[in-house]
Ligand binder design. Structure first.
Ligand SMILES: C[S@@+](CC[C@H](N)C(=O)[O-])C[C@H]1O[C@@H](n2cnc3c(N)ncnc32)[C@H](O)[C@@H]1O
Length: 226
């Protein structure tokens, strides 16, 4: 993974990238995030980027011209996997996160209003992705979610103490309970097995806990392909 090209009407939302692990990774040149203001590609004298829906209905639709021109400008040779963040898209899962991290470049189109004209999706987009079964006002937060999750798989982004293995969704299991110091907190003891020094017992306990939590909270994960 080399760069994210983000097409948006609200680039200021991406200041959320200016902190923590993601900022450090970008500063260290591990990947790039380029922001493009879709409005700059409007040919309308008022820089309009939306219009009424043919057939009627509430809400405005983003017009195809500025989006198509913005995509052609940043990815004329179609070197990016082009994604439109959309509630109608395929679910954003950890499996998809890993797949996207293997792409060289990813372009993300953030929708606003009631979404974008279908023709720009048909012409220019490779994949629609939804971050969950709910509706947000625009695609910027979903794009940030995608960038954050994919970036964790880019070599060097996570320090050696953090890891993408043995966390929730690896092996289709939710994570086991974690404890740190103090050993006794408000009368609650850390499970004795974790301080026993017996690595095999710890591994077995963690697996059983993960399985139990997954069965209780997300039994659907157990039937999923790994
Ligand atoms: C108000 S939503 C449009 C919803 C659209 N009319 C529908 O019913 O599917 C505006 C924009 O927010 C983004 N968005 C909202 N919810 C999303 C979700 N769950 N996943 C990904 N993108 C989402 C999309 O880019 C969308 O174009």
């Amino acid at each position: 993974m080399n760069r994210f090209e983000v097409l948006t009407l609200f680039p200021e939302v991406f200041s959320a990238l200016d902190s923590g692990i993601i900022k450090k990774a970008v500063d260290n040149g591990l990947f790039k995030v380029n922001l493009t203001q879709i409005r700059d590609f409007s040919t309308d004298k008022h820089h309009k980027t939306d219009d009424y829906s043919f057939g009627g209905g509430a809400g405005m639709i983003m017009t195809p011209g500025p989006i198509h021109d913005a995509i052609t400008h940043v990815d004329g040779n179609h070197e990016c996997k082009r994604i439109y963040m959309s509630p109608r898209g395929v679910p954003f899962t950890q499996k998809l996160v890993k797949e996207l991290s293997e792409e060289e470049n990813v372009l993300i189109l953030c929708g606003s209003y009631e979404g974008v004209d279908q023709r720009v999706i048909d012409l220019d987009i490779d994949l629609e992705i939804s971050i969950g079964d709910y509706i947000l006002t625009s695609g910027e937060l979903p794009a940030l979610v995608l960038i954050n999750a994919v970036a964790r798989y880019i070599p060097g982004v996570l320090g050696s103490s953090e890891s993408t293995t043995e966390e929730s969704f690896s092996e289709n299991l939710l994570e086991y309970p974690q404890y740190t110091r103090p050993q006794n907190f408000m009368g609650l003891e850390v499970p004795a097995v974790l301080t026993s020094g017996d690595h095999e017992k710890v591994r077995k306990w963690r697996y059983e806990q993960a399985l139990e939590i997954t069965k209780r909270v997300r039994p659907d994960l157990l039937d999923k392909e790994k």
